[in-house]
Design a protein around this ligand. Structure first.
Ligand SMILES: *[C@@H]1O[C@H](CO)[C@@H](O)[C@H](O)[C@H]1NC(C)=O
Ligand SMILES: *[C@@H]1O[C@H](CO)[C@@H](O)[C@H](O)[C@H]1NC(C)=O
Ligand SMILES: *[C@@H]1O[C@H](CO)[C@@H](O)[C@H](O)[C@H]1NC(C)=O
Ligand SMILES: *[C@@H]1O[C@H](CO)[C@@H](O)[C@H](O)[C@H]1NC(C)=O
Ligand SMILES: *[C@@H]1O[C@H](CO)[C@@H](O)[C@H](O)[C@H]1NC(C)=O
Ligand SMILES: *[C@@H]1O[C@H](CO)[C@@H](O)[C@H](O)[C@H]1NC(C)=O
Length: 786
């Protein structure tokens, strides 16, 4: 009471001392400000932070510079009207139970009226920033709050307000920022934010809010931060993609139970843990290029994480722990460079840990992966759920193994009978001649024969999943063609059907009786060939099935002319791809066919995927696949299909070993030849157009430096590329090209790296194109390379 009395006296003396000397409205304003501030102090029950107001006799508007008190800030206009009032008390709202009544020493007293406080505050006509934090304010926030009509920034965090957040708050149309964290609001969030067209921050975390996410929020394109975490919100989340400025979305610890929402492209932090989100993580999450932190832990998400999520450019924190995510992680071929923390623990992932998540390697990443069905070192998955999985897999695999054994048994019997019959037949005709059947089956084959399947391979989900993938896109399976059939199809290998000289052998086009077109490659055989060995190898080749590989339909071994074995031939039958090769599409002659940058990227990515498949698929294929632009064929949808692959699987059996040198890099030394290096030249040709045969080395010596400068690029990069690419996308590809054709093999990137960079470049390009479209800007503003 003493205090109260004292303050009234102070008001009175103030009024007396100035009342008689009011000379103009400015002074009136000054006095009114002082009186109002003292009244606020009274409403707040004289918090110790305002003690300095006690004996202060000057203009309160100038006090800030005198007192240096960080807990209190007052800013005024020149006419002494207050525009900013910030007071931070020490009454933190930490109680476990709050029933809407005053609590001694925690809240303001029973006599406090939040209604009166708001009425007083409303008399500051120009108040733009109001911050009353940890002052023990209690009661429902009154409707009258809308009277503070100039407010841009309202922060009443850490108090004891309860009930609803008044609808009238939507009348504060100048609001930029609304923060009511750490109170006891326990009704639904008002859904009338449409009118707050300048709102950037909406923060209502740590309350007891119920009901649904306010869908009116989704129209506020100015919003950067939405924090509704630690409440009891339920139901579905709306599509948030329209929030084009959104950086931070924090909805942790609620009861949302929908699928994950779609998010705008620019978000950097997304925290959705401790909810009941279900379904798969949308594949669009793998394209949120600006994402830095993603927390989806403690939900009920299923399925595999989307492609690209781990390799986002700026991602540093990724928490997927405690969900029901499953599948193998084999397609995580690279992690973002900034990725420092990964938690995939307590899920149902199978297979082995991708190398970039392997904490044992040199990277300094923190990775949590316990509680999965992963196979790591000596540790075997022990969870019940994993055992079930393994059993299921073993069972179906066991069946497959039996089928394979039976089929092979039948085949062997058949071969033996055929060989036996022939033996007898030949002995009669030519006693001197015997058939030598080699028994040296190449090692690669042993690896896939049933007896060769180790327990390690069984446990390795990558091999299993690749194998099952092989099963899914089966084109017509590989078969043996008769020579008559091929002769008919090619009109007796007429010149008209001759397509050209492949890297090995001549290639003919053919038409089967059922009307479908085929490409036939004719090869000569070793004199001392072994038919059996060759067949095994051809069967192996037929197992390489992938959407970006030209399908292998079958073969024909024409060994009828036993007397003259030098004329023996083998014909490989592939699907016929109608739309020409990549090299032809890169030359300017066919201007309607010429490929834009994004088309080129699509072809390069398809090819890179095919090569990556060849390197890592079931069959450890050779690392040299004669990659050249004219071995990349395009089908009618311009889907890239690699031809001439895997020839090294069979070339040991072929007579004709020398490679026909029609590529740009025929000059290069054998030891340089590997797929990454060859692919570097494909990249180069995609950038600058076809390079004339044999000029590759000269180009390397003279022109590569030009890529470094804008001028140089203008000069050597294909004009079609220049006019259709985004600079960033182009730079990514140039940089990876440089690495691929590095003379020192150890400096070359892995194929995974190459693929990743290409996919990133395509993403950047797609983003640039969609931005350009949405801006409706003239085509050349952002794309031209000036
Ligand atoms: C909100 O909290 C207050 C104070 O604890 C209580 O009186 C009121 O019944 C609650 N309202 C709801 C809807 O729970
Ligand atoms: C409130 O604070 C006063 C002074 O510090 C103290 O005497 C009193 O016991 C406190 N009351 C409660 C309920 O903690
Ligand atoms: C929103 O902000 C813009 C720019 O700061 C301003 O011109 C406009 O008046 C504001 N709108 C409202 C309703 O305050
Ligand atoms: C999520 O829930 C878990 C377990 O209930 C708890 O340990 C963790 O602190 C919660 N995290 C957040 C961010 O609420
Ligand atoms: C990544 O982060 C850096 C530094 O914070 C920033 O400059 C860059 O624009 C970010 N890149 C993306 C794609 O968000
Ligand atoms: C890495 O793994 C090997 C065996 O898998 C083990 O011997 C070695 O101690 C590990 N190193 C680190 C740093 O964990």
């Amino acid at each position: 009471m003493g205090c109260y009395y004292h303050s009234n006296m102070l008001l009175f003396t103030l009024f007396l001392s100035w009342g008689f000397f009011i000379s103009n409205t400015h002074q009136l304003q000054q006095i009114q400000t002082q009186l109002l501030l003292l009244q606020v102090r009274k409403h707040l029950e004289y918090p110790s932070q305002l003690n300095s107001w006690e004996n202060f006799n000057g203009n309160f508007c100038n006090m800030g510079s005198h007192s240096n008190n960080p807990h209190v800030i007052i800013k005024c206009e020149e006419d002494d009207s207050v525009i900013e009032l910030k007071i931070m008390g020490d009454k933190v709202s930490k109680v476990s139970e709050f029933h809407g009544y005053a609590i001694e020493n925690k809240t303001l007293s029973q006599t406090f009226s939040i209604d009166s406080l708001v009425v007083t505050l409303a008399r500051f006509n120009s108040l733009r920033v109001l911050s009353l934090v940890s002052l023990g304010l209690w009661g429902p926030l009154p409707d009258k709050i809308h009277r503070l009509s100039s407010l841009e920034d309202l922060d009443m965090s850490s108090n004891f307000m309860f009930g609803s957040i008044p609808n009238q708050i939507s009348r504060l149309i100048k609001l930029h920022s609304l923060t009511l964290d750490g109170n006891f609001f326990n009704e639904s969030v008002p859904n009338s934010f449409n009118s707050l067209s300048n709102l950037t921050v909406l923060s209502l975390k740590n309350n007891r809010l119920k009901g649904h996410f306010p869908s009116s929020v989704t129209k506020l394109t100015t919003l950067t931060d939405v924090c509704l975490s630690h409440n009891k919100l339920t139901g579905e989340l709306p599509d948030l993609t329209a929030l084009s400025s959104l950086n931070l979305l924090d909805l942790r610890d609620n009861c949302f139970e929908s699928q994950l929402p779609l998010l705008p492209k620019g978000v950097t932090t997304v925290l959705l843990s401790n909810n009941s989100f279900k379904g798969q993580i949308p594949k669009e999450f793998g394209k949120l290029n600006h994402l830095q932190r993603l927390d989806l832990s403690y939900n009920s998400l299923v399925g595999p994480p989307p492609f690209g999520l781990f390799s986002l450019w700026n991602i540093s924190y990724l928490n997927l722990g405690s969900n029901m995510l499953s599948g193998s992680l084999y397609n995580i071929i690279k992690c973002g460079e900034n990725l420092g923390f990964v938690d995939i623990s307590r899920n149902r992932f199978t297979g082995s840990l991708p190398s970039c998540l392997d904490t044992n390697s040199s990277n300094k990443r923190v990775v949590k992966f316990d509680g999965n069905c992963l196979v790591t070192g000596h540790e075997q998955p022990s969870l019940d759920i994993c055992k079930e999985n393994v059993k299921k897999k073993k069972r179906s695999l066991g069946r497959a193994v039996w089928i394979v054994i039976v089929v092979i048994g039948i085949m062997v019997m058949f071969l033996v009978i055929v060989a036996f019959v022939r033996l007898i037949f030949r002995k009669r005709k030519h006693r001197r001649e015997t058939v030598v059947l080699q028994h040296t089956v190449p090692k690669v084959i042993q690896d896939i024969l049933p007896s060769g399947i180790s327990s390690e391979a069984l446990a390795n989900a990558r091999i299993i999943s690749e194998a099952s993938k092989l099963g899914t896109h089966v084109a017509p399976s590989c078969r043996v063609f008769s020579i008559e059939e091929l002769i008919e199809a090619t009109n007796n290998f007429s010149e008209l059907m001759f397509l050209g000289e492949g890297s090995i052998g001549k290639v003919y086009k053919g038409r089967l009786q059922n009307g479908s077109y085929i490409a036939i490659r004719s090869l000569s055989l070793f004199k001392k060939y072994s038919v059996r060995n060759l067949k095994v190898r051809l069967d192996l080749l037929s197992k390489l099935r992938y959407p970006h590989l030209v399908g292998f339909l079958g073969y024909c071994i024409n060994d009828s002319g036993l007397e003259d074995s030098t004329s023996s031939k083998v014909f490989l039958v592939h699907e016929y791809i109608s739309n020409g090769n990549f090299r032809a599409h890169l030359s300017e002659c066919s201007s309607d066919q010429i490929l834009k940058w994004s088309d080129r990227l699509a072809v390069l990515i398809g090819t890179a995927k095919a090569v990556h498949f060849l390197h890592t698929g079931v069959i450890p294929a050779s690392s040299s696949n004669r990659l050249r632009t004219n071995n990349i064929l395009l089908d009618e949808h311009r889907i890239a299909k690699l031809s001439d692959y895997g020839m090294s699987i069979i070339t040991e059996e072929l007579e004709q070993l020398e490679v026909k040198g029609d590529g740009p890099k025929s000059w290069h030394m054998k030891k340089l030849a590997d797929d990454v290096y060859d692919f570097g030249f494909i990249l180069l040709e995609a950038l600058v157009g076809p390079i004339v045969t044999g000029k590759g080395e000269a180009f390397l010596l003279n022109e590569m430096k030009s890529f470094g400068s804008q001028d140089g690029r203008q000069r050597i990069v294909d004009p079609t590329v220049l006019t259709t690419c985004s600079q960033e996308s182009l730079s990514i590809v140039i940089s990876i090209t440089n690495k691929c054709i590095s003379i020192e093999p150890t400096n070359r990137p892995s194929f995974e790296d190459v693929l990743w960079n290409l996919q990133y470049a395509a993403q950047v390009q797609a983003t640039a194109e969609s931005e350009q479209k949405s801006e409706g800007a003239a085509y050349d503003t952002s794309f031209k390379t000036t």
